[in-house]
Each structure stands twice: as structure tokens, then as C-alpha cells.
Design a protein around this ligand. Structure first.
Ligand SMILES: O=C(/C=C/c1ccc(O)c(O)c1)N[C@@H](Cc1ccc(O)cc1)C(=O)NCCCOc1c(-c2ccc(O)c(O)c2)oc2cc(O)cc(O)c2c1=O
Ligand SMILES: [Ca+2]
Length: 471
């Protein structure tokens, strides 16, 4: 279903791509919980094929549903979910259920063998009976034309053996796998390659999922959160709306629309369905993801950590704007599109940034402080929109929060309506509000809600204030 099952007063999902389970558990306790993040999307937790050179995409080649990967084993997984839930941070598992691995015969990272020549995966077990070979209309068995919906669903995606989710036995194995995860406290799923599975089959599978366990602190009757990865940028017969009735869907147009309007932010006043994007309640939004930040698959021009200033500005906009459930990509540095994660896990520097090759965008002050902003603003309508018709905008969220952004090279210096009660508020972009202390600039709001705002065009060309961060 469509609600991310966050704990109260939380916002935003951070994709801790390729992080180990014990490191995620540590990050929940020391950073994500205290900073009011809602949840973490983790890399696929089930056994995958070991690919020569260890590319990141080896984790998208399943061998079995055993919880053993280079991120950790089952006990580390259980410990992570418990420790993150304990501080109000949900875990959302990336599940790869469209296909199994390719590559002849071999052994997965958990020791289970596979033989793709005869579609044999004893670790599940799956046999040739469980794949779509006889349903695929192409001679090669692969998807050859994305314009043909039968090919896209019933043929091999990039030569990967295509599971038949219409088969009761396969459905059963997938439900056992996903129920195993929620029994450990996982709050929902990111469904990989959903475009390549029939919505009708997914509906049967999702309906068979157990409620989230009350013994893990979820209210009785809570349904798993579902986000389906459907790469739909127009031009293909398969549409995101086919999946709306099953859960949320990734809105790839969000990141593309922002990336193509970097210097037209005055147009953002109606950013949402008016821009051809899906209804707000169906969308999961993001600026970039693990795939398109490397120009793979769902490519197009997107904003990534390599353009730090715009990433900060547009992530802040995403977190401040009431459209969709926002997801922040947390990356590692890479020099080629296949490169896997660094050998060692992230280190944390004195200033809170990461080392050892990890970017940790979610730890950048201008991004992490927007989680609390987004949580405070939740449910509040956009009010007091202002723009100068040339890359300077401002708006409030009800009477709880206010943000002003300057993308012009000239300083923005104006008195603006914040919609907030009079008082002094910490600008959480120029500094932090922690332990009741503001070490950034203070913004004064007068009795009629106006503030004199001055924003030079520097590395922090925006200010943000909310009622939980007074000066
Ligand atoms: O680039 C990649 C992997 C990309 C990828 C992986 C996971 C994702 O969730 C994703 O969105 C993309 N993989 C490399 C290398 C590769 C891997 C496996 C393979 O059998 C062949 C090649 C690559 O060059 N892939 C070809 C272009 C990307 O084609 C892939 C897509 C994909 C791309 C665009 C679309 O519009 C679309 O509907 C699907 O989804 C995958 C999902 C998977 O679970 C595993 C995959 O191998 C892939 C996948 O190859
Ligand atoms: Ca398929």
C-alpha cells in the first residue's frame, strides 16, 4: 500500500546503496534517528551470483532467497532491522523477484549452486517449470522490443532467466521470501523491475503478504509499504498507472523535470500533476537513483552529487515540496558505470562527512536538516508562494515552515511573507539546530509574518526555517 509506515514525526527515505547491515544499524542510531529520517532503502538482501569484477549490478542477479550477501548475513540483517526500528527508522528492502541470475553454472555468495543452462536454482528451489521460456514470443527468449508488452513481461530482461509470477509455486516462493523479511521487522519493499511483471500477478502476490508484525511495534493490520520501480519516461506502451492500484510507483519524470529546469525555478509553483507527473499519492520521488546516476537504463540527465550545489538546492526543494514520498540517494564515488562499492565501509570525519570513498549525500547539512523540516511541514499546504519571475522563489508550508531559494547570481534581499508566527528562527541551511542551540544565522519574523531575508549567491543560496528550530 501507499503509506511508508514511518514512525511519528519522520520524513524521507535514504537509499544506503551497498551499505553493510552493521554499518546501517550504526547509522540509524547515531545519525538517521536523531535527524528525523523516516527510513532506509537497502540493497537486495538475498543471495546473488558473484560476478567477475564485483560490479554493483551483481546484486540484481539472484541465486536464492537466503539472506546472505556482501552486506551481511541473516543475523546481521535481523540486528540492523531491530536497531533501526528501535530509533524510529524503517527498513525497506529492495526485492528482485522478476528474474534469477544468468551466467551458466556457478555458486552464489551463500554457497547455493545454480545452473542457468537448465534453469536450475536448488537454493529456492526453482526448476525450468518456473520460468517464462514457453510464454516468450521472441526466438532469442530475450526482450527485443520494449513496444511489445508481452515481450517486456514474459521475455528475459538482458538475458536474465524470467520467472513466471503467474505460476502458483513461484508466487508461493516469492511470498515466503517477502514474509520472511517483514517477520524480521522490514516495513515494506522496493520492487525491482516491476515493469517486467504483470500487475495482475503482483496483485496476487502483494495480497498474500502478511500484515507487519505487532511484536515489532507495528499497529495491527498494518500493510507493507510498496514502491514499484517502473521506468516510464513516456514512449512505451507500459504505463506507470497500471501499477497504481498495487502501491506507489517511482516517478522518473520528477528528477528529469527538475534537471531540465535548473535555472527556471520560478516555474515550480505548480510542480506536480500539471507537469505530466502521476497523482501525488501514487508517487515516490527522487533526483537520481543507483541506476541513472551512472547513465544506465533509466538514463536521461539527472542531478547527482557531482553537481553538489544543485543537489543541495533541489533536494531541499524536494523535501520542502508536498509531492510524493521523497528518496535521497546516498552514493559511493565511482570511475566507471559498473564499478562496485569501496572495499571498506564508510568512515565518519569530525565534520560529520564520510570517508573511504563514500559520498554520504544524506549527511550534508543542507540535506540532513531538511528531514526535520519535511516532517514538521507534513500535511501543511503550500502558502505565500513568491517569485521574482527569474530564479528567486519562496513559499511556506502552512504556518509551520518557510523556505526561500536564490538561483540568480545577484543577492536576494527582500521582506517576504513567511506565514509563520512572530519570533526568531534558526536558518537550518547556514547552520545546525541541535541541543536547543542554533549555530547558523537567525531569521526574525515580525508580528505580521514578514521577515527581511538576505540570500547572497554562495554555496548556500537558500534559507529554511521551521517552528521546531527557534533561535
Ligand atoms: O546496467 C545494468 C543493471 C541495471 C539495473 C539494475 C537494477 C535496477 O533496478 C535497474 O533499474 C537497472 N546492467 C548492465 C550489465 C548487465 C547485467 C546483466 C545482464 O544480464 C546484462 C548486462 C547493463 O549494461 N544492462 C543493460 C542496460 C540496463 O538494463 C537493465 C535494466 C533496465 C534498464 C532500463 C529499463 O527501462 C528497464 O526496464 C530495465 O534493469 C535491470 C534490472 C535488474 O534487476 C538487473 C539488470 O541487469 C537490469 C538491466 O541490466
Ligand atoms: Ca518478467
Amino acid at each position: 500500500q501507499w503509506d511508508p509506515n514511518f514512525a511519528p514525526g519522520r520524513a524521507g527515505i535514504v537509499h544506503l546503496f551497498e551499505w553493510h547491515w552493521d554499518t546501517i544499524a550504526d547509522e540509524c542510531g547515531t545519525f538517521l534517528g536523531p535527524n528525523k529520517f523516516g527510513g532506509v532503502q537497502i540493497s537486495p538482501p538475498n543471495e546473488n551470483r558473484i560476478v567477475e569484477g564485483r560490479p554493483w549490478w551483481e546484486r540484481y542477479q539472484p541465486v536464492s532467497y537466503m539472506l546472505k550477501t556482501r552486506s551481511g548475513d541473516r543475523s546481521a540483517f535481523k540486528d540492523m532491522v531491530n536497531r533501526c526500528n528501535a530509533v524510529g527508522v524503517r527498513i525497506f528492502a529492495d526485492v528482485v523477484i522478476n528474474h534469477m541470475c544468468r551466467g551458466g553454472t556457478g555458486v552464489g555468495i551463500g554457497g547455493n549452486s545454480f545452473d542457468t543452462n537448465i534453469q536450475d536454482f536448488p537454493g529456492v528451489p526453482y526448476s525450468a517449470l518456473d520460468f517464462n521460456d514457453n510464454k516468450c514470443p521472441t526466438a532469442s527468449g530475450n526482450i527485443e522490443n520494449y513496444g511489445n508488452v508481452n515481450q517486456v513481461r514474459n521475455c528475459k530482461l538482458e538475458r536474465l532467466p524470467d520467472l513466471d509470477q503467474g505460476n502458483d509455486y513461484v508466487r508461493g516462493k516469492i511470498v515466503i521470501f517477502t514474509n520472511d523479511l517483514t517477520s524480521l521487522g522490514v516495513a515494506g519493499f522496493r520492487v525491482d523491475a516491476a515493469k517486467h511483471m504483470w500487475p495482475g500477478d503482483l496483485k496476487v502476490i502483494f495480497n498474500a503478504l502478511d500484515d507487519l508484525p505487532t511484536e515489532k511495534g507495528f499497529p495491527s493490520g498494518t500493510r507493507p509499504f510498496i514502491v514499484q520501480e517502473v521506468i516510464d519516461q513516456g514512449g512505451e506502451p507500459i504505463k506507470a498507472n497500471e501499477y497504481f492500484s498495487l502501491g506507489r510507483v517511482t516517478e522518473f519524470k520528477y528528477g528529469l523535470n527538475l534537471a531540465s529546469n535548473l535555472d527556471n525555478i520560478q516555474y515550480l509553483e505548480n510542480f506536480g500533476e500539471d507537469w505530466g507527473m502521476m497523482p501525488e499519492g501514487n508517487s515516490m520521488v527522487f533526483l537520481n537513483n543507483h541506476d541513472n546516476q551512472r547513465n544506465h537504463g533509466g538514463g536521461g540527465n539527472v542531478i547527482t552529487f557531482e553537481d553538489a550545489k544543485n543537489l543541495k538546492i533541489f533536494t531541499a526543494f524536494m523535501m520542502a515540496w508536498p509531492y510524493g514520498v521523497p528518496r535521497i540517494m546516498s552514493s559511493y564515488h565511482f570511475s566507471n558505470t559498473d564499478e562496485g562499492p569501496p572495499e571498506s565501509q564508510r568512515s565518519v570525519n569530525a565534520d560529520g562527512s564520510c570517508g573511504n570513498g563514500w559520498v554520504c549525500e544524506h549527511r550534508w547539512r543542507q540535506i540532513k536538516n531538511m528531514a526535520a523540516f519535511s516532517a514538521v511541514a507534513s500535511g501543511q499546504p503550500v502558502k505565500n508562494w513568491w517569485d521574482n519571475n527569474d530564479n528567486q522563489i519562496a513559499f511556506s508550508r502552512g504556518d509551520k515552515a518557510f523556505i526561500a531559494i536564490n538561483k540568480k547570481s545577484q543577492t536576494l534581499h527582500r521582506t517576504l511573507q513567511t506565514g509563520m508566527p512572530s519570533g526568531q528562527y534558526c536558518d537550518i541551511i547556514s547552520g545546525n539546530f541541535q541541543n536547543g542551540i542554533c549555530n547558523g544565522q537567525c531569521i526574525t519574523v515580525d508580528d505580521s509574518g514578514y521577515a527581511n531575508v538576505r540570500i547572497p549567491s554562495n554555496e548556500n543560496p537558500f534559507v529554511a526555517i521551521h517552528i521546531d528550530a527557534p533561535c
